[in-house]
Write a new protein. Structure first.
Length: 295
């Protein structure tokens, strides 16, 4: 990413991008007793609507990401793209929060309901990218009356001190599923994983869990596709965490190389999967011979 501007300016280079097997999101602790508003679907939806995700992609990631709408990656056989879409709409987010009973006090900027303020801590990795994304989200939420205090942490702290013991409120996290060719979302979203597994959001939805349970034991791909579709519909409706974007990987190839195709990547080396189809346009040069007797 640090040499992308130079690559874009190179007139002899063609750039090709593919979706990486990663997903960035704001994970919410749905079972935190001090932040019961995370259990309200309308609050979660308002939080997502208030984030200008396209701005994050365009300005902070230099366009190197795709807006996310499912925990199952697009480009895979299990992805279902016709789920309910949540778009950036801060005014609609404000309306949702008002309908849920969260109003701005006369002397404050943070919405409250029954004395409980829409205020929480957002963890993020202590690096330039995640800090910039967290700061932008913080500003977006402030615009609708939600207060987020930012707390930078190391990767080890994020995992062992906050996510694993469920000792957090909200966290900006990246799920990296490199080489995980099967789209099984069980580890992160099944209710049985909420206490000691990787379901750090502690999402407890029986219908969604049943669909991904059945998909694990069915061999027929068409049947699994229907089960994962149903799971994704429930996920999009309930919004247990705030999906942000799928990062993409971009690489450059000399413009003289033709027929380059790139599919969604499960590893960066997958960019060479179609290399046998690449080709150069060549011309046969006629050999010139000198006339007899000429010097």
């Amino acid at each position: 990413a640090d040499i992308l501007p130079a690559a874009l300016a190179d007139p002899n280079l063609g750039l090709y991008s593919g979706r990486l097997p990663a997903l960035s999101m704001v994970m919410l602790n749905l079972n935190n007793p001090e932040r019961p508003f995370f259990q309200e679907r309308d609050v979660r939806k308002a939080l997502l609507m208030a984030i200008n995700r396209q701005w994050l992609v365009d300005r902070i990631l230099d366009g190197q990401a795709i807006l996310a709408d499912s925990p199952i990656f697009p480009g895979t056989w299990a992805y279902y793209g016709n789920v309910e879409q949540v778009t950036y709409d801060p005014q609609a987010a404000i309306a949702l929060l008002k309908e849920a009973g969260y109003v701005l006090p006369a002397d404050g900027q943070v919405r409250t309901k029954d004395g409980l303020a829409l205020s929480f801590t957002l963890l993020h990795l202590d690096d330039g990218l995640h800090t910039a994304v967290a700061q932008a989200i913080q500003q977006d939420w402030a615009g609708v009356g939600v207060q987020a205090a930012l707390q930078p942490v190391t990767l080890e702290q994020m995992q062992s001190a906050y996510l694993a013991p469920r000792a957090y409120e909200a966290a900006l996290v990246d799920l990296d599923l490199s080489r995980a060719h099967d789209p099984d979302p069980y580890p992160f979203w099944h209710q049985s994983e909420s206490l000691s597994g990787q379901n750090y959001a502690q999402w407890d939805n029986r219908a969604a869990s049943e669909y991904i349970e059945q998909a694990r034991v069915v061999a027929d791909t068409e049947a699994r596709t229907r089960l994962y579709r149903n799971f994704q519909v429930i996920f999009a409706r309930e919004i247990p965490s705030l999906l942000l974007y799928y990062p993409v990987y971009t690489y450059g190839v000399d413009l003289r190389v033709n027929n380059i195709q790139i599919a969604p990547l499960f590893d960066t080396s997958d960019r060479f999967m179609t290399i046998s189809d690449w080709y150069l346009v060549t011309r046969r040069a006629l050999e010139q011979t000198a006339e007899p007797g000429t010097p």
